[in-house]
Design a binder for this molecule. Structure first.
Ligand SMILES: Nc1ncnc2c1ncn2[C@@H]1O[C@H](COP(=O)(O)OP(=O)(O)OP(=O)(O)O)[C@@H](O)[C@H]1O
Length: 261
């Protein structure tokens, strides 16, 4: 289980970043951009949580704190009771993180990339081979395993990046917009893969702008805007914010209710 409480992260503003005039974001003050101001949510065994919010809401900044790439200014992130803000090494072992950038080594093949990260996580021998082969199969990667990463298509790179992120069988999987830019077939493979993680009991948190994927996968929803989470509840409660099964309406109603549009 992962519990996130009252996360905050601000960035020091350089002269180039400072905006002038009325269009200035309310989060820009005191020489800082307060990207994440108060974000809380939780996700238990076997649940999938969708992190929703308009562009610039603070989703990626939040997920980068979960991955330990960024240190929160304040707040807590507990995985199975361990505070990973205080113990980032435990966090790195416990979380599988897919970021927006692929992070693959261009000169290594897809197979070599995944096996390399498996070795970094201490896997070896038959265990490493079996784990990698299982992932290659689940993500339908066999046709391009020996191609260099720099020559792979967007979808192939994304599959290799996902395999790389989860090769160590992390306790929690965090995916930043995992299907952005993918074709229909590849999107379906990724959706099936997330379902497989859920069925194995792994909590999955993913950010997305695609509400059709939310309807297919999510048990819980967290909505954030302007760096603040103002909804963290079940998919049933999320749907209840609209008049029908139409999730777009629920999303817009929530943003309007919170005074964000
Ligand atoms: N290093 C930084 N310095 C200054 N501002 C930053 C920095 N990183 C992020 N921000 C700002 O924080 C805000 C939140 O960005 P973030 O990437 O987390 O949003 P997002 O919800 O993931 O957006 P999108 O849906 O467009 O990907 C943005 O306004 C962004 O410009």
């Amino acid at each position: 289980m992962i519990e996130v409480k009252a996360l905050k992260k601000r960035f020091k503003l350089t002269k180039e970043h400072q905006q002038k005039g009325k269009s200035k974001d309310v989060r820009e003050h005191d020489g800082y951009f307060h990207s994440v101001q108060n974000v809380s949510f939780s996700c238990s065994q076997g649940e999938v949580l969708g992190l929703l919010g308009p562009n610039g809401a603070g989703k990626t900044t939040t997920l980068r704190m979960l991955s330990t790439a960024l240190t929160p200014d304040s707040g807590h992130i507990h995985i199975n009771g361990q505070n990973i803000v205080k113990k980032p090494l435990i966090g790195r072992k416990s979380i599988g993180f897919l970021s927006g950038s692929t992070g693959l080594y261009g000169r290594l093949s897809a197979r070599e990339n995944v096996e390399y990260f498996a070795k970094l996580h201490g896997l070896k021998g038959k265990t490493l081979k079996l784990r990698c082969e299982a992932l290659f199969d689940m993500l339908d990667m066999t046709s391009f395993l020996d191609k260099r990463a720099e020559h792979l298509s967007t979808g192939m790179k994304q599959k290799a990046s996902i395999a790389r992120a989860v090769v160590h069988q992390p306790d929690v999987v965090v995916l930043d917009e995992p299907t952005t830019g993918l074709d229909i077939m590849t999107t379906q493979t990724v959706i099936n893969f997330i379902r497989g993680l859920k069925n194995n009991g792994t909590p999955v948190i993913f950010s997305t702008h695609h509400l059709d994927e939310v309807a297919l996968l999510c048990d819980r929803i967290c909505v954030i805007d302007k760096g603040v989470s103002f909804f963290d509840d079940s998919i049933a409660q999320f749907k209840a914010q609209g008049n029908s099964e139409e999730l777009n309406q629920a999303f817009m109603n929530l943003l309007q209710g919170a005074g964000h549009v």
